[in-house]
Design a protein around this ligand. Sequence first.
Ligand code: PEP
Ligand code: MN
Length: 359
Amino acid sequence: MGDLKDILPINKWFDELSSKPLIIAGPCSAESEKQVIETALEIASNNSANIFRSGVWKPRTRPGNFEGVGLKGLKWLQKVKEETGLLVTTEVATVEHIKMCLDHNIDILWVGARTTSNPFSVQELANACKGIDIPIMIKNPINPDTELWIGAIERFHSAGIKKLAAIHRGFYPFEQTKLRNLPKWEIPIELKSRFNNLPIICDPSHISGSTEFISEISQKAIDLNFDGLMIETHNNPMLALSDAKQQITPKELDNLLTNLVIRHYLEENGKLEMYRHQIDSIDTQMLELLSQRMDIISEIGKYKKKENITIFQLRRWENIIKTRTKTGQSLNLNKDFIIELLQLVHKESISKQNKILNK
Ligand code: PEP
Ligand code: MN
């Protein structure tokens, strides 16, 4: 499929996009002409963003929720362009959407997380873009599937689109977490290390799910040398018809951007930093898994106490050592290292059960 070497940097998309990081701001959904224009005017007068975003067709989990204003929203985006000079972007999910956007001079299109998850839809959209010189941004799929994300990018690339960017919006968490979507930073980092010149934009709003973590996640993305941020901004978030909890006001956006520390990117240190962040993320996941394992150990302890069963079960332990060393070795891990690690985990499990049985 090639190395996507001919993908253009964002500053080659439009003359207006020369400064880094790229900032895309605007409401989750276009709701009324007044809301769209007021939000855009304030963002533009603060000089906060280069691109104005707004969804006009909204993918909702259940029918009956606000599903976007549709076509008339595109006319409001056209008005934003005329009145502010900002470039405008919206989400497309069908070939019909693409046609309407082109008819209304929408500058940039993005593919949402749910659509990226479906290769049939992505291929149809890519086919509809053949021969058209429009930048496309592709959000990561809902699940942490790096290949599926790359596949979607490749489908547009094969259709001749060279102005491509990936948007990292996090991955659906199966457990309850403080964030709406898990960032799993190692995934966008892997994307960047495989396709050096593919621009990556972070969407801290959909990762965070609330206003609380947006600036922290934005800073992290900048520290990782992401090319830009897409931040949901609404003139009156409390009244928003979608994603109300995670939208900030244009003034809050201005504050956030003022406090953002833009770092220099030194190739060598940058590489090292990328690896370190990958390791940080994997360590966190390792600890989360260990903690889940210990929770189960507590349940086992309670059960053994109730049934009066010994903590140590020789055959079970032998089986653990045997199967885990085999799995570990097939994953290129040293056998002694695996045994030492298992012993350490086992010791902690026993002491935990001991406390429960003898409480
Ligand atoms: C959005 O950007 O408002 C949106 C629907 O995002 P996602 O596709 O990432 O869920
Ligand atoms: Mn949204």
